[in-house]
Design a protein around this ligand. Structure first.
Ligand code: BGC
Length: 427
């Protein structure tokens, strides 16, 4: 064996509803892409047509041996108008969840992953005062509808990425560039998470369950100074880290708020996680309060540095601070022609398996190629290839490797020679 997986590490895949489902015109990203705002001109209305092909996708997952699946449900389908709940949408998701469970795949349900109904967007989304109550009304519907089927939840995906892109840089809908909007949304999303955490536990307890697990999926990066000894660079790295991820992490996990997160009514100090959900992709190398990539490093097709050690560094740090199992709720890379993804998976799982860390789950992003937000269909993250014209699914070599890793508890000599050896990074 070239690699033996760490004992008890579960392997799976992650997706988000809007990125794969297609067909729903009623959310913020549908309008944004219909307005022609996507880099390659594609529309989220096409995506992977998963809303119709979910059975085929789950079958393929099961064939590949996927053990755990992080997926989303679409708020705009469930509550197309404020207060109006679609029985059809709920029935649809109940069927899909029951099907994956029957195939032996353990579901982890994401409640909010960047998309929400247009009526919510148009009243200000998470910058609105009412957003916490409205979100909580929705969470109640979610738990009433799926609480008997699902015991593991992610309340919100990457509040920092959402707030930064949508409200501060203005590159995502609703294209705002406002520090005050950013602060409002950070603060309200913290309250949404804290209240949802409490509600989901309380409600499922009332339903007679004691196996509830709730957290949020946190986008975390390593921020490194461009010049290691340069004091300004060092200060900028620390400051960017705090503003982008430090403050919101602390607030959502513990209820302790500090700028740029303000404390909202009802948010008390506490422990609002049962696992630490980490989405990890890359390291930022900075010399100012901005993102940056170091020179001469291995990069993916979006120009992001490939730096596997960063995940371990974060996992060790978080465990020390928050003391809970680490679930890698997303990790993967944009590799449009599947030239280096097999090596990426091998290197990352090797580090997870052979270093000191408390990572117990790994959800690869992503199962199928899918609609990569602003980049649309042009950036491919899947271990399964999608032909967007025909919607044909084809398992890539990286997918074959991943499946064989799950089947064999590691990387055999044969799998290494066939998939990892020919797979090489580029600068
Ligand atoms: C998001 C995904 C996205 C992925 C790759 C994460 O930040 O949660 O929705 O597709 O990164 O960019």
């Amino acid at each position: 064996m070239k690699l033996t997986l760490k004992k008890d590490l579960l392997l799976g895949v992650a997706t988000a509803s809007a990125q794969i489902e297609g067909g729903d015109k009623n959310h913020n990203w549908a309008r944004f892409s219909e307005d022609g705002k996507i880099a390659d001109g594609s529309s989220i209305l096409r995506a992977d047509d998963h809303y119709n092909r979910w059975r085929e996708d789950i079958d393929l997952m099961a064939e590949m041996g996927i053990q755990i699946y992080r997926f989303g449900i679409e708020w705009s389908r469930i509550e197309p108008e404020r207060g109006v709940i679609s029985k059809n949408a709920i029935e649809h998701y109940r069927e899909e969840i029951s099907y994956m469970k029957a195939k032996g795949i353990l579901p982890l349900l994401t409640i909010h992953h960047f998309t929400h109904p247009l009526w919510f967007e148009d009243m200000g989304g998470f910058t609105s005062k009412e957003s916490v109550d409205i979100f909580m009304d929705y969470v109640k519907v979610v738990i009433d509808s799926f609480g008997d089927l699902v015991n593991e939840y992610i309340t919100i995906n990457e509040p920092n990425v959402y707030c930064t892109n949508s409200l501060f840089y203005g590159t995502w809908p609703p294209e705002k560039k406002s520090l005050s909007a950013l602060v409002k949304a950070f603060s309200n999303m913290t309250a949404c998470h804290v209240k949802a955490y409490e509600y989901i536990h309380q409600k499922r307890r009332e339903m007679g369950y004691d196996d509830t697990k709730v957290s949020f999926a946190n986008h975390l990066r390593i921020f490194a100074p461009k010049k290691e000894k340069n004091v300004i660079h060092k200060i900028c790295a620390k400051l960017t880290d705090w503003l982008f991820q430090g403050a919101i992490t602390r607030a959502m996990m513990t209820g302790k708020c500090a700028f740029p997160v303000m404390r909202r009514k009802g948010v008390k100090k506490g422990r609002y996680y049962d696992f630490i959900g980490v989405n990890y992709y890359s390291r930022s190398t900075v010399s100012g309060i901005a993102d940056g990539v170091r020179e001469n490093c291995y990069k993916n097709d979006l120009g992001w540095e490939i730096y596997h050690e960063g995940l371990i560094e974060l996992a060790q740090k978080l465990y020390k601070k928050y003391n809970a199992p680490i679930w890698v709720t997303e990790n993967g890379t944009c590799d449009n022609y599947d030239k280096f993804r097999a090596r990426f998976i091998y290197d990352q799982l090797k580090l997870i398996s052979e270093t000191e860390n408390e990572i117990v789950r790994y959800y690869h992003w992503s199962f199928t190629d899918n609609f990569e937000w602003k980049e649309g269909e042009s950036a491919r993250f899947g271990i399964v290839h999608i032909d967007y014209e025909t919607q044909k699914r084809t398992v890539k070599n990286s997918g074959k490797l991943y499946s064989s890793i799950i089947g064999n508890g590691g990387v055999t000599d044969e799998a290494y020679a066939e998939f990892v050896e020919p797979s090489v990074y580029k600068k």
